[in-house]
Design a protein around this ligand. Structure first.
Ligand code: ADP
Ligand code: MG
Length: 332
Protein backbone atom coordinates (compact mmCIF):
# COMPACT_ATOMS: atom_id res chain seq x y z
CA UNK A 1 0.00 0.00 0.00
CA UNK A 2 1.31 3.40 -0.93
CA UNK A 3 2.00 5.66 2.01
CA UNK A 4 1.19 9.28 1.35
CA UNK A 5 3.92 11.45 2.87
CA UNK A 6 2.81 14.21 5.16
CA UNK A 7 3.06 17.58 3.41
CA UNK A 8 6.22 19.28 4.62
CA UNK A 9 5.56 22.00 7.17
CA UNK A 10 7.52 24.70 5.41
CA UNK A 11 6.93 27.08 8.29
CA UNK A 12 8.47 24.70 10.74
CA UNK A 13 11.68 24.12 8.77
CA UNK A 14 12.08 27.81 8.18
CA UNK A 15 11.63 28.58 11.87
CA UNK A 16 14.28 26.01 12.75
CA UNK A 17 16.74 27.37 10.19
CA UNK A 18 16.12 31.00 11.07
CA UNK A 19 15.92 30.94 14.86
CA UNK A 20 17.22 27.65 16.23
CA UNK A 21 20.07 26.59 13.91
CA UNK A 22 22.12 29.70 14.85
CA UNK A 23 21.92 28.58 18.49
CA UNK A 24 23.47 25.26 17.46
CA UNK A 25 26.24 26.73 15.31
CA UNK A 26 29.02 26.42 17.90
CA UNK A 27 28.31 22.79 18.88
CA UNK A 28 29.35 20.28 16.20
CA UNK A 29 27.28 17.63 18.02
CA UNK A 30 24.07 19.25 16.74
CA UNK A 31 25.08 18.80 13.08
CA UNK A 32 23.60 22.21 12.33
CA UNK A 33 20.12 20.84 13.17
CA UNK A 34 20.18 19.35 9.67
CA UNK A 35 20.11 15.65 10.55
CA UNK A 36 17.54 13.49 12.31
CA UNK A 37 19.44 13.49 15.57
CA UNK A 38 22.47 14.81 17.42
CA UNK A 39 25.40 12.66 18.48
CA UNK A 40 27.22 13.28 21.76
CA UNK A 41 29.91 11.77 23.94
CA UNK A 42 31.11 13.02 27.32
CA UNK A 43 34.83 13.66 27.75
CA UNK A 44 36.89 10.65 28.79
CA UNK A 45 36.30 9.69 32.41
CA UNK A 46 33.02 11.60 32.59
CA UNK A 47 29.33 10.76 32.59
CA UNK A 48 26.34 12.66 31.25
CA UNK A 49 23.85 14.08 33.74
CA UNK A 50 20.45 14.57 32.09
CA UNK A 51 17.44 16.55 33.28
CA UNK A 52 14.23 17.88 31.75
CA UNK A 53 11.60 20.48 32.60
CA UNK A 54 8.35 21.39 30.84
CA UNK A 55 6.72 24.82 31.02
CA UNK A 56 3.11 25.46 30.01
CA UNK A 57 1.61 28.89 29.32
CA UNK A 58 -0.96 29.75 31.97
CA UNK A 59 0.59 27.26 34.39
CA UNK A 60 4.32 28.09 34.68
CA UNK A 61 4.27 31.53 33.08
CA UNK A 62 1.70 34.02 31.85
CA UNK A 63 1.01 34.10 28.10
CA UNK A 64 2.01 37.77 27.96
CA UNK A 65 5.26 37.46 29.94
CA UNK A 66 8.27 38.69 27.90
CA UNK A 67 9.38 35.83 25.59
CA UNK A 68 13.08 36.31 26.30
CA UNK A 69 12.44 35.92 30.05
CA UNK A 70 10.37 32.78 29.45
CA UNK A 71 13.24 31.33 27.39
CA UNK A 72 15.83 32.15 30.02
CA UNK A 73 13.75 30.79 32.89
CA UNK A 74 13.12 27.56 30.97
CA UNK A 75 16.85 27.12 30.45
CA UNK A 76 17.79 28.22 33.96
CA UNK A 77 15.57 25.78 35.84
CA UNK A 78 17.41 23.00 34.01
CA UNK A 79 20.80 24.60 34.63
CA UNK A 80 19.94 24.72 38.32
CA UNK A 81 19.32 20.96 38.36
CA UNK A 82 22.64 20.31 36.60
CA UNK A 83 24.49 22.59 39.04
CA UNK A 84 23.02 20.82 42.07
CA UNK A 85 24.24 17.52 40.65
CA UNK A 86 27.77 18.90 40.28
CA UNK A 87 27.62 18.85 36.47
CA UNK A 88 29.12 21.30 33.99
CA UNK A 89 26.44 22.24 31.42
CA UNK A 90 27.11 21.16 27.80
CA UNK A 91 24.04 20.71 25.59
CA UNK A 92 20.26 20.99 25.51
CA UNK A 93 17.31 19.89 23.43
CA UNK A 94 14.28 22.14 22.97
CA UNK A 95 10.77 20.91 22.27
CA UNK A 96 8.71 23.94 21.31
CA UNK A 97 4.97 23.57 20.81
CA UNK A 98 3.68 26.88 19.52
CA UNK A 99 0.05 27.99 19.15
CA UNK A 100 -0.73 28.18 15.42
CA UNK A 101 -1.36 31.94 15.63
CA UNK A 102 1.83 32.79 17.55
CA UNK A 103 3.64 35.76 15.96
CA UNK A 104 7.10 35.24 14.57
CA UNK A 105 8.33 38.23 16.61
CA UNK A 106 7.62 36.19 19.72
CA UNK A 107 9.83 33.35 18.49
CA UNK A 108 12.58 35.81 17.53
CA UNK A 109 12.59 37.33 21.02
CA UNK A 110 12.43 33.86 22.58
CA UNK A 111 15.52 32.82 20.59
CA UNK A 112 17.33 36.00 21.68
CA UNK A 113 16.71 35.05 25.30
CA UNK A 114 18.14 31.58 24.70
CA UNK A 115 21.19 33.12 23.01
CA UNK A 116 21.85 35.41 25.96
CA UNK A 117 21.81 32.59 28.51
CA UNK A 118 23.68 30.14 26.26
CA UNK A 119 26.48 32.69 26.16
CA UNK A 120 26.30 33.35 29.88
CA UNK A 121 26.29 29.72 31.00
CA UNK A 122 28.17 27.92 28.20
CA UNK A 123 25.49 25.53 26.95
CA UNK A 124 24.50 24.81 23.33
CA UNK A 125 21.32 23.79 21.54
CA UNK A 126 21.78 20.50 19.66
CA UNK A 127 18.26 19.47 18.68
CA UNK A 128 14.61 19.25 19.58
CA UNK A 129 11.24 19.35 17.93
CA UNK A 130 8.91 22.07 16.74
CA UNK A 131 5.16 21.56 16.54
CA UNK A 132 2.01 23.65 16.62
CA UNK A 133 -1.04 23.27 18.81
CA UNK A 134 -4.59 24.58 19.25
CA UNK A 135 -3.76 24.68 22.97
CA UNK A 136 -1.38 26.71 25.14
CA UNK A 137 2.26 27.33 24.29
CA UNK A 138 4.29 24.49 25.75
CA UNK A 139 8.05 24.21 26.10
CA UNK A 140 10.27 21.38 27.23
CA UNK A 141 14.01 21.62 27.64
CA UNK A 142 16.25 18.64 28.24
CA UNK A 143 19.69 19.67 29.43
CA UNK A 144 22.83 17.61 29.64
CA UNK A 145 26.00 18.20 31.60
CA UNK A 146 29.20 16.39 32.43
CA UNK A 147 30.42 15.11 35.74
CA UNK A 148 33.39 12.91 36.62
CA UNK A 149 32.28 9.28 36.37
CA UNK A 150 30.61 8.10 39.57
CA UNK A 151 30.63 11.56 41.17
CA UNK A 152 27.15 12.95 40.48
CA UNK A 153 25.86 14.51 43.70
CA UNK A 154 22.79 12.66 44.91
CA UNK A 155 20.04 13.19 47.45
CA UNK A 156 20.63 9.87 49.15
CA UNK A 157 24.16 10.09 50.50
CA UNK A 158 24.05 12.47 53.49
CA UNK A 159 25.55 11.22 56.76
CA UNK A 160 24.49 11.81 60.37
CA UNK A 161 26.67 14.61 61.73
CA UNK A 162 26.99 16.37 58.34
CA UNK A 163 26.51 20.11 58.30
CA UNK A 164 23.74 21.52 56.07
CA UNK A 165 24.61 24.42 53.78
CA UNK A 166 22.68 26.61 51.39
CA UNK A 167 24.11 28.89 48.69
CA UNK A 168 23.14 32.54 48.28
CA UNK A 169 19.95 33.65 50.00
CA UNK A 170 16.67 31.96 50.83
CA UNK A 171 13.11 33.19 50.34
CA UNK A 172 13.49 35.76 47.58
CA UNK A 173 11.49 33.59 45.18
CA UNK A 174 8.58 33.18 47.59
CA UNK A 175 8.65 36.87 48.57
CA UNK A 176 8.99 37.87 44.89
CA UNK A 177 5.78 36.02 44.11
CA UNK A 178 4.00 37.89 46.93
CA UNK A 179 5.36 41.16 45.54
CA UNK A 180 4.12 40.24 42.04
CA UNK A 181 0.67 39.70 43.57
CA UNK A 182 0.73 43.27 44.91
CA UNK A 183 1.55 42.31 48.49
CA UNK A 184 4.53 43.60 50.54
CA UNK A 185 3.35 47.13 49.74
CA UNK A 186 5.24 48.45 52.77
CA UNK A 187 8.61 47.58 51.20
CA UNK A 188 10.79 50.15 49.44
CA UNK A 189 10.41 50.06 45.65
CA UNK A 190 14.01 48.88 45.18
CA UNK A 191 13.49 45.95 47.58
CA UNK A 192 10.24 44.96 45.88
CA UNK A 193 11.89 45.19 42.46
CA UNK A 194 14.82 43.00 43.50
CA UNK A 195 12.48 40.31 44.90
CA UNK A 196 10.35 40.35 41.75
CA UNK A 197 13.46 40.09 39.55
CA UNK A 198 14.65 37.11 41.55
CA UNK A 199 11.25 35.41 41.19
CA UNK A 200 11.02 36.02 37.45
CA UNK A 201 14.57 35.04 36.61
CA UNK A 202 16.32 32.52 38.85
CA UNK A 203 20.10 32.59 39.20
CA UNK A 204 21.34 29.02 38.70
CA UNK A 205 24.56 28.31 40.62
CA UNK A 206 26.32 26.92 37.56
CA UNK A 207 29.86 27.80 38.61
CA UNK A 208 29.41 26.67 42.19
CA UNK A 209 27.89 23.22 41.57
CA UNK A 210 30.89 21.45 40.00
CA UNK A 211 33.14 22.77 42.79
CA UNK A 212 31.05 20.84 45.34
CA UNK A 213 32.00 17.49 43.82
CA UNK A 214 34.18 15.67 46.34
CA UNK A 215 33.06 17.95 49.20
CA UNK A 216 29.26 17.66 49.38
CA UNK A 217 27.80 14.34 50.47
CA UNK A 218 24.23 15.03 49.25
CA UNK A 219 22.84 17.90 47.20
CA UNK A 220 19.74 19.23 45.41
CA UNK A 221 18.45 22.53 44.14
CA UNK A 222 15.75 24.37 46.06
CA UNK A 223 12.61 24.45 43.95
CA UNK A 224 9.94 23.63 46.55
CA UNK A 225 11.30 25.60 49.51
CA UNK A 226 14.19 24.81 51.85
CA UNK A 227 12.17 22.70 54.30
CA UNK A 228 10.50 20.54 51.64
CA UNK A 229 13.71 20.05 49.69
CA UNK A 230 15.75 19.26 52.79
CA UNK A 231 12.97 16.79 53.53
CA UNK A 232 13.85 15.03 50.25
CA UNK A 233 17.48 14.65 51.35
CA UNK A 234 16.28 13.34 54.74
CA UNK A 235 13.92 10.81 53.14
CA UNK A 236 16.45 9.57 50.60
CA UNK A 237 19.30 9.45 53.14
CA UNK A 238 17.13 7.97 55.96
CA UNK A 239 18.05 10.80 58.32
CA UNK A 240 16.59 13.82 60.14
CA UNK A 241 17.64 17.47 59.88
CA UNK A 242 17.55 20.48 62.19
CA UNK A 243 17.60 23.99 60.71
CA UNK A 244 18.78 26.89 62.89
CA UNK A 245 16.33 29.63 61.95
CA UNK A 246 18.73 32.41 62.95
CA UNK A 247 21.35 31.10 60.50
CA UNK A 248 19.17 31.12 57.39
CA UNK A 249 20.72 33.65 54.94
CA UNK A 250 18.34 36.37 53.74
CA UNK A 251 18.84 39.09 51.15
CA UNK A 252 18.60 42.75 52.23
CA UNK A 253 15.12 42.83 50.72
CA UNK A 254 14.18 39.59 52.48
CA UNK A 255 15.37 41.00 55.82
CA UNK A 256 13.38 44.18 55.26
CA UNK A 257 10.24 42.17 54.51
CA UNK A 258 10.73 40.02 57.60
CA UNK A 259 11.44 42.98 59.88
CA UNK A 260 7.99 44.31 59.04
CA UNK A 261 6.15 40.97 59.14
CA UNK A 262 7.99 38.30 61.20
CA UNK A 263 5.35 35.70 60.25
CA UNK A 264 6.79 35.65 56.73
CA UNK A 265 9.56 33.35 57.99
CA UNK A 266 7.36 30.27 57.53
CA UNK A 267 6.67 31.22 53.91
CA UNK A 268 10.38 31.87 53.35
CA UNK A 269 11.36 28.42 54.67
CA UNK A 270 8.27 26.54 53.59
CA UNK A 271 7.84 27.49 49.96
CA UNK A 272 9.39 29.12 47.00
CA UNK A 273 11.57 28.70 43.98
CA UNK A 274 14.96 29.74 45.32
CA UNK A 275 17.06 27.74 42.83
CA UNK A 276 19.87 27.77 45.35
CA UNK A 277 21.92 24.65 46.08
CA UNK A 278 21.14 22.93 49.38
CA UNK A 279 23.79 20.39 50.35
CA UNK A 280 25.33 18.46 53.19
CA UNK A 281 29.03 18.08 53.97
CA UNK A 282 31.09 16.74 56.87
CA UNK A 283 32.34 19.34 59.39
CA UNK A 284 35.95 18.85 58.24
CA UNK A 285 35.01 20.13 54.76
CA UNK A 286 34.31 23.57 56.27
CA UNK A 287 37.62 25.27 55.36
CA UNK A 288 37.54 23.95 51.77
CA UNK A 289 33.95 25.11 51.40
CA UNK A 290 34.98 28.57 52.56
CA UNK A 291 37.52 28.54 49.69
CA UNK A 292 34.87 27.41 47.22
CA UNK A 293 32.60 30.25 48.33
CA UNK A 294 35.47 32.65 47.71
CA UNK A 295 36.46 31.33 44.27
CA UNK A 296 32.89 30.92 42.99
CA UNK A 297 31.73 34.27 44.41
CA UNK A 298 28.66 32.62 45.95
CA UNK A 299 28.18 32.82 49.73
CA UNK A 300 27.70 29.46 51.44
CA UNK A 301 25.94 29.45 54.81
CA UNK A 302 25.77 26.64 57.33
CA UNK A 303 22.12 26.41 58.41
CA UNK A 304 21.91 23.20 60.39
CA UNK A 305 22.88 19.60 60.88
CA UNK A 306 21.88 16.08 59.84
CA UNK A 307 21.06 13.63 62.64
CA UNK A 308 19.62 10.16 63.07
CA UNK A 309 15.82 10.03 62.80
CA UNK A 310 13.45 11.42 60.22
CA UNK A 311 11.95 14.71 59.06
CA UNK A 312 13.00 18.36 59.24
CA UNK A 313 12.65 20.46 62.36
CA UNK A 314 13.40 24.14 62.83
CA UNK A 315 14.93 25.65 65.94
CA UNK A 316 13.85 29.25 66.48
CA UNK A 317 16.10 31.83 68.12
CA UNK A 318 14.25 31.31 71.43
CA UNK A 319 15.21 27.61 71.37
CA UNK A 320 11.68 26.40 70.54
CA UNK A 321 11.32 23.68 67.86
CA UNK A 322 8.69 23.45 65.16
CA UNK A 323 7.97 21.29 62.16
CA UNK A 324 6.20 21.82 58.83
CA UNK A 325 3.39 19.28 58.81
CA UNK A 326 0.56 18.67 56.35
CA UNK A 327 -1.72 21.67 56.62
CA UNK A 328 0.73 23.92 58.46
CA UNK A 329 3.37 24.24 61.12
CA UNK A 330 3.26 22.37 64.41
CA UNK A 331 5.10 23.82 67.38
CA UNK A 332 6.65 21.79 70.14
P1 ADP B 1 12.35 14.64 12.36
O1 ADP B 1 11.14 14.93 11.54
O2 ADP B 1 13.32 13.71 11.76
O3 ADP B 1 12.04 14.37 13.80
P2 ADP B 1 12.57 17.44 12.44
O4 ADP B 1 12.25 17.83 11.07
O5 ADP B 1 11.56 17.54 13.51
O6 ADP B 1 13.19 15.98 12.40
O7 ADP B 1 13.85 18.26 12.92
C1 ADP B 1 14.93 18.47 12.06
C2 ADP B 1 16.12 18.85 12.89
O8 ADP B 1 15.84 20.07 13.56
C3 ADP B 1 16.50 17.85 13.96
O9 ADP B 1 17.91 17.84 14.04
C4 ADP B 1 15.89 18.41 15.22
O10 ADP B 1 16.66 18.02 16.35
C5 ADP B 1 16.00 19.90 14.96
N1 ADP B 1 14.95 20.68 15.65
C6 ADP B 1 13.62 20.69 15.40
N2 ADP B 1 12.98 21.54 16.21
C7 ADP B 1 13.91 22.08 17.01
C8 ADP B 1 13.90 23.02 18.09
N3 ADP B 1 12.76 23.58 18.51
N4 ADP B 1 15.06 23.35 18.65
C9 ADP B 1 16.20 22.76 18.24
N5 ADP B 1 16.29 21.89 17.25
C10 ADP B 1 15.17 21.53 16.64
MG1 MG C 1 10.47 15.96 14.50
Amino acid sequence: MAVTPKPPRAGEFELIARYFAPLAAAAPEGLGLLDDAAVIAPRAGHELVVTSDALVAGVHFLPDDPPDLIARKALRVNLSDLAAKGAVPRWYLLDAVFPADLKEDWIAAFARGLRQDQDEFGIHLIGGDTASTPGPLTLAITAMGEVQAGKMLRRSSAHAGDDIYVSGTVGDGALGLLACQGKLAHLADTDRASLIARYRLPLPRVRLGPKLVGLATASLDVSDGVVADLGHICAMSHLAATIEEASVPLSDAGRAALAHAPDLIDGILGGGDDYEILFTAPPQAGPQLANVAGTSGVPLTKIGRMTAGEGVQIRAENGRFRRLAMGGWSHF
